[in-house]
Design a protein around this ligand. Structure first.
Ligand SMILES: [Zn+2]
Length: 182
């Protein structure tokens, strides 16, 4: 990580970050920046503090996911709520890749984003994604995430939404008219 990134992460141990907004011009540029991988070894202390503060920020904003670039850190890190698991734990996803997707897409109902306040819209998503990433313990995980229903599990959509942030992509870039029939 850069000195600027370390200064932002290390500026406080226990308070939420400020969430960047598309309404702010400078924030918008950061939200559109493609992120870089973290160095799991060299960045370890800052990475765990980043994850801790992202969790606080997500809770404060009542989100189901948050990506590092949304707080000004252009690194490949995000949190997702695992609606597919008992108790819905929040998990850190580090240096992720989407390795396989199906041919078909669906239109997910009422996507929303902490960086685009008061806006919701339907977004084009894959019904499942096969992914690889490192968890907060540094273990390499490979799994298939599914779930794209607002009425039940939409873990696959949360992952895709946060993954897009790492590439500077927002849900408003992939709007669709007609939600899937669930
Ligand atoms: Zn978002």
């Amino acid at each position: 990580m850069t000195q600027n990134e370390k200064a932002l992460i290390g500026s406080s141990t226990v308070v939420p970050f400020r969430v960047l907004s598309v309404a702010n011009k400078q924030d918008s540029l950061i939200l559109r920046t493609k992120c870089k991988d973290v160095d799991m070894a060299a960045d370890a202390p800052y990475l765990s503090l980043l994850i801790e503060r992202l969790k606080l920020t997500m809770d404060a904003e009542s989100g189901v996911g948050i990506a590092a670039p949304q707080v000004g850190i252009s690194r490949n890190v995000f949190l997702i709520t695992r609606i597919d698991k008992p108790e819905h734990p929040v998990e850190a996803i580090i240096n992720p890749k989407i390795v396989l997707v199906p041919e078909n897409t669906i239109c997910f109902e009422r996507d929303g984003c902490l960086s685009i306040p008061d806006v919701s819209g339907n977004s084009v998503r894959y019904p499942w994604v096969e992914v690889e990433y490192f968890n907060s313990k540094g273990e390499k995980i490979k799994e298939t995430l599914s779930g794209y229903s607002r009425k039940g599990d939409f873990t696959a959509v949360i992952f895709q939404h946060e993954f897009d942030h790492l590439n500077g992509v927002l849900f408003t870039d992939k709007l669709c008219d007609k939600p899937v029939n669930e």
